[in-house]
Design a protein around this ligand. Structure first.
Ligand SMILES: [Zn+2]
Ligand SMILES: [Zn+2]
Length: 148
């Protein structure tokens, strides 16, 4: 498969997820990532996918300006959309085949999920601390009966 942005060869990378192996195509030159439909969402909950998007995000920003690209599967024009949760992330979508993200965008895309995960962990932690209250009655015992 050729990269829809710079037309270099895309290499397949296998990522192990809880629901099995997912194959992601990554461009050798611009490090853009191609996700077949549903894969980006599946992967954003996988902590192991953090190494996948290791391209230079400055190069990603340059390629982000290229929006009139064609789907590498069906060659139809792809639609440039902004993420519903993080409006600053713009990626290209073919509604039948998948999503193309420039270098750095997938890391950005995942960030909110990691943050949500941490918030959730903190909530659980706080709640478990609240219920287990105990009196700090560990003062040393002194009957005070001794006289000097
Ligand atoms: Zn490329
Ligand atoms: Zn397509």
């Amino acid at each position: 498969m050729l990269c829809p942005k710079c037309h270099s060869v895309m290499q397949e990378h296998k990522v192990l997820t809880q629901s099995g192996e997912v194959a992601i195509d990554k461009c050798e030159r611009c490090a853009g990532l191609w996700f077949d439909l549903g894969e980006a969402d599946k992967l954003k909950y996988e902590w192991t996918s953090v190494t996948l998007d290791d391209g230079d995000e400055n190069i990603g920003k340059i390629y982000n300006e290229i929006t009139n690209i064609h789907c590498p599967r069906c060659m139809k024009p792809m639609e440039s959309v902004n993420d519903t949760k993080q409006a600053h992330i713009r990626y290209e979508v073919c509604e039948e085949h998948g999503v193309f993200m420039d270098a750095g965008e997938f890391s950005d895309f995942r960030e909110i999920t990691l943050k949500e995960a941490f918030d959730h962990i903190l909530d659980v932690y706080r709640n478990s601390n609240k219920s287990g209250s105990s009196d700090a009655g560990d003062l040393p015992i002194d009957d005070g009966s001794k006289t000097g």
